[in-house]
Design a binder for this molecule. Structure first.
Ligand SMILES: C[S@@+](CC[C@H](N)C(=O)[O-])C[C@H]1O[C@@H](n2cnc3c(N)ncnc32)[C@H](O)[C@@H]1O
Length: 333
């Protein structure tokens, strides 16, 4: 999800996005489901209340599970919680699934805790690690080359001033390492014009881009879609909610190519042999309606896609056909 100047205040809980449309699109809900982005558990609860016999709730952030202690016990053995990434959801599932849901991006709780470093709205350490381990945003900002930084901002944030901002970051870090969100925000603000009313904050794209790089969000997304294909039973449903156009493009193209609806990634790519469709579309993609937007502005950029698994054997996706942004490896100095 892209954070904007109008992000939710810190005392508001996470309101599940597009939950009603999702439950309607996957009805009837029965059998074993996996929620690969458990968060505050809104989807997992919705699925359990709608009739799922069992839900496996997966999240890479160890902090989310503490928030579930008040209510998870009421579902007994029907709810199992696993700390891990959804790229390995078939391993976490431990058997065939009737449904998989993915609600991509960060939660309001993560955004609203300054100490997690996801938001330019409050000062905190420049962290952004959902799993709370591995290299942080500060590691990337202080060690990647100017070219790598510009690539990250351009390809993951669609930031047109990527080179200007990368240059300013390299200049600032030569004085002292950049360790706080506020320092980075000020650097970006100095590179861009003041936003007009209604426009997003100038640091929105830079923070989105760094968060995607820190958490390898596109690597996770493609591996998660492939893992869902392996884990779903014939007839099982896959529902994905994305929060920005880069993410939605990958989900859309994955489902198109797996449904036999799209050709090669580029006209220079080799001809692939015809495969039986692994998914079939359930409905058109869905966005939040006015009613949902009125009480949850975070739903503004969300889009839901739902598909049904066929009986065709699973296989790896053709990554050249998915419209993935350029992969950027950062070399540490
Ligand atoms: C938008 S929130 C999900 C909110 C949830 N649907 C609810 O109703 O409360 C996204 C959650 O997914 C988690 N997440 C993001 N990428 C992940 C990944 N690759 N594997 C596992 N969890 C991930 C984040 O830590 C965050 O808690």
């Amino acid at each position: 999800m892209a954070a904007t100047a109008r992000a939710t205040p810190s005392d508001r809980p996470h309101i599940p996005v597009l939950l009603g449309p999702l439950l309607r699109a996957v009805a009837p809900v029965e059998g074993r489901w996996l929620d690969g982005t458990f968060g505050a558990g809104g989807y997992a609860r919705g699925l359990l209340d709608a009739g799922a016999a069992e839900v496996i709730g997966v999240d890479r952030d160890p902090a989310v599970f503490d928030m579930a202690t008040d209510w998870a016990g009421a579902y007994g053995d029907r709810l199992k919680l696993v700390q891990g990434t959804f790229s390995a959801l078939d391993d976490h599932a431990g058997g065939p699934l009737d449904g998989v849901v993915l609600d991509l991006g960060v939660s309001s709780m993560q955004l609203d805790q300054p100490e997690r470093g996801f938001s330019f709205m409050a000062d905190g350490p420049l962290d952004m690690r959902m799993s709370q381990e591995g290299p942080s945003a500060a590691d990337i900002v202080n060690t990647a080359s100017e070219g790598e930084l510009a690539d990250i901002l351009f390809h993951y944030g669609e930031e047109r001033a990527s080179r200007r901002i990368a240059k300013a970051i390299v200049k600032a870090r030569a004085e002292a390492p950049i360790t706080r969100t506020r320092e980075l925000t000020r650097i970006v603000e100095a590179c861009l014009p003041r936003p007009k009313p209604g426009q997003s904050h100038p640091a929105t794209r830079t923070f989105q881009a760094l968060r995607i790089a820190v958490n390898d969000e596109f690597g996770e997304l493609v591996a998660g879609l492939e893992a869902a294909e392996r884990a779903l039973k014939p007839g099982g449903r896959l529902a994905v909610v994305s929060f920005h156009s880069l993410e939605d493009r990958v989900v859309k193209r994955f489902l198109q190519t797996r449904s036999g609806g799209a050709g090669r990634g580029s006209r220079y790519a080799p001809e692939t042999t015809e495969q039986a469709p692994r998914f079939e579309a359930v409905a058109k993609s869905v966005e939040a309606d006015e009613e949902e937007l009125s009480h949850n502005p975070r739903a503004r950029s969300a889009r839901l896609r739902v598909a049904r698994r066929t009986g065709a054997p699973a296989g790896p996706a053709d990554r050249t056909a998915l419209g993935l942004p350029k992969p950027i490896e950062t070399r540490r100095n």
